[in-house]
Design a protein around this ligand. Structure first.
Ligand code: HEC
Ligand code: HEC
Ligand code: HEC
Ligand code: HEC
Ligand code: HEC
Length: 448
């Protein structure tokens, strides 16, 4: 058993290396504004301390850490978050692995998947970890909090204080700041600790909130979407490198073309976080072009071109998803002739030790595939370039591999592992199908 779970434990140990905050690993030539950095270092301290007792003035609704409670007043954010993968960050894929881990190992994963101390305590109880809390959870901790994944409170609450981006389009009521100073409105100057003293207003729900401009900084997301420079690498490349990929892209340059993580993944502040699992979002990453060139004597060349024009990092950014680019010729009778297939992605073995291939497209990069074929000189045939996405391909391989050894695991693991595999496979979809026909000597099908 030790041997069979080794890849996960190794991965876990690797994550362990990666727990240092990322904030130091930005582009050294452009030091980050220290205020946002100080704030983020504190905001994302690992492990997060418990929230503690809520202010006595709070109603049960204001004190509750449950996303459902936030949703009572912040319906728009709640409805969007509910559809996002952040709300599903504690699923079968994580749980079956937690069942094979001790508390220390498990907490390394929870740093990103369910980071609140209150969530870790609930999971410790559920998994029978030895230092699970003895007393029942406090009233403001809902029983299902751990299974709700990356909840509102994990990003927005510290010691029951709300932190958020500068308010837009409305003047926030004045009040008394944490340091006791009277604040007229949200536009007052930032305080030395990097938070605008905003509306710590006793008359607003949950005492108002504290403005933290760092919520609009890409480094806010880097805490979980980027390993530090000394984190685990394969073939010299950090296993999670999204923030650095973004820094190297045109989107990170100051100016009208600048787009932060939030700019693309939370458009208009919507809490949607669409990514590779979403057809429309993924389609927006690519310009796709297919050309069919008649070379004479029944020879034709299909030229497929893909450009990563819309992802602010590699397409795809992680090792997990794979995109298949398949070329087929379809004859007049509908017969399908396979021509070629290519994979876009970072292919790593299931032990996470060895690179098989890295064919990701960096931001702005173009790739062309050429396929020469013999086809009827005339007639009603066509070439199709079909793009298919397997958003969880790497996990599909890990889970199938592990199923062959499932008899060595505690019996409770198997159904969870099977569910994880089923769910991972179910995320596959067809991204696009581009068609070119041979009517003219050179036809181009361009789809954007
Ligand atoms: C009883 C209603 C109510 C509940 C419950 C509630 N909020 Fe609020 N929240 C408000 C109101 C009203 C404001 C605006 C306060 C102001 O303008 O001073 C606000 C402001 C905020 C802000 C700042 C918004 C901005 O513009 O930056 C954040 C972030 C926030 N709440 C998060 C939460 C979270 C997270 C929860 C759940 C843990 C929660 N709230 C629960 C009513 C509520
Ligand atoms: C506390 C850790 C944490 C923070 C902070 C965080 N994320 Fe995530 N994010 C995750 C985890 C864990 C997942 C995977 C959830 C799952 O599928 O189980 C995820 C998933 C995503 C996805 C979905 C990817 C896909 O496969 O389709 C996107 C997009 C995303 N995050 C963007 C962001 C952005 C933008 C920010 C900053 C505003 C951010 N995240 C902040 C942990 C975090
Ligand atoms: C640095 C933050 C971070 C840590 C630590 C982390 N993850 Fe994740 N995890 C992510 C992000 C981001 C994603 C989404 C992108 C992807 O699929 O790789 C994710 C996705 C996953 C998924 C696929 C989605 C799902 O929920 O089924 C699984 C399974 C998973 N992680 C398991 C683990 C395990 C097990 C550990 C501990 C050994 C761990 N993770 C540690 C950030 C993290
Ligand atoms: C992964 C971290 C994360 C999670 C989880 C999260 N938020 Fe946010 N939230 C943000 C960020 C980042 C912003 C600022 C985005 C921007 O300015 O582009 C924000 C903005 C807000 C705002 C201000 C919106 C506005 O239009 O001014 C509110 C209110 C809010 N969040 C409430 C919530 C609630 C309620 C939940 C849970 C249902 C939640 N958030 C979950 C990161 C998060
Ligand atoms: C210019 C828009 C843009 C910016 C900026 C951007 N993304 Fe993305 N992101 C996308 C698109 C489009 C996709 C879907 C295609 C893909 O997976 O590459 C995506 C996919 C993802 C995924 C899905 C997993 C995967 O393997 O691809 C994650 C996680 C993610 N982005 C996180 C981030 C983070 C964190 C940042 C900031 C450091 C960021 N993104 C910046 C557009 C953007």
């Amino acid at each position: 058993m030790a041997e069979s779970i080794a890849p996960f434990l190794r991965r876990c140990a690797l994550y362990l290396l990666a727990t240092a905050l990322l904030l130091g690993c930005g582009d050294a030539s452009k030091p980050a504004p220290p205020v946002a950095q100080d704030f983020l270092t504190r905001h994302w301290v690992d492990p997060l301390p418990p929230q503690g007792a809520p202010p006595t003035s709070f109603s049960a609704l204001e004190a509750s850490l449950s996303p459902d409670s936030c949703g009572q007043c912040h319906a728009e954010q709640f409805e969007a978050w509910r559809t996002s993968l952040h709300s599903k960050a504690v699923g079968a894929g994580l749980l079956w692995q937690l069942m094979l881990m001790n508390q220390d190992q498990g907490n390394r994963c929870l740093r990103c998947h369910a980071p609140l101390a209150e969530q870790k305590a609930l999971l410790a109880l559920e998994l029978g970890w030895p230092n699970a809390p003895k007393q029942a959870p406090p009233e403001y901790v809902s029983a299902d909090l751990a299974h709700r994944g990356l909840v509102c409170a994990a990003c927005h609450l510290r010691e029951h204080r709300r932190f958020g981006p500068p308010a837009r389009g409305r003047v926030v009521s004045g009040g008394v700041a944490a340091d006791g100073a009277h604040v007229a409105s949200a536009t007052s100057a930032p305080s030395p600790d990097g938070t605008d003293r905003s509306t710590n207003n006793p008359y607003a729900p949950h005492g108002g909130f504290t403005i933290a401009p760092a919520f609009q900084d890409s480094r806010f997301c880097a805490h979980c979407h980027q390993f530090p420079d000394d984190g685990p690498r394969i073939a010299g490349k950090l296993q999670e490198d999204t923030y650095q990929q973004w820094l190297a892209s045109a989107y990170a340059q100051e100016g009208p073309g600048k787009r932060t993580c939030q700019g693309c993944h939370m458009p208009d502040r919507q809490h949607v976080w669409r990514g590779i699992h979403d057809q429309k979002m993924t389609r927006s990453a690519l310009d796709i072009e297919l050309q069919l060139i008649d070379l004479g004597d029944g020879r034709h060349e299909a030229r497929g071109k893909l450009r990563n024009s819309g992802a602010g990092h590699h397409f795809p950014t992680y090792m997990v998803p794979k995109v298949e680019v398949q070329f087929v010729r379809i004859d007049a009778r509908g017969g399908v002739h396979f021509l070629a297939s290519h994979i876009i992605g970072w292919q790593i073995d299931t032990g996470i030790t060895r690179e098989i291939a890295d064919t990701r497209l960096a931001a702005g990069e173009t790739r062309e595939y050429r396929q020469i074929m013999q086809a009827p000189v005339s007639g009603d045939w066509r070439v199709e370039m079909i793009l298919r996405v397997a958003p969880a391909e790497h996990y599909e391989r890990i889970y199938s591999d592990s199923l062959t050894r499932v008899s060595q695991f505690p019996p409770a693991v198997e159904p969870v592992l099977r569910r994880a595999l089923r769910e991972a496979r179910a995320t596959r979809y067809e991204l696009a199908r581009i068609v070119a026909r041979p009517q003219s000597r050179a036809t181009a099908a361009i789809a954007n």
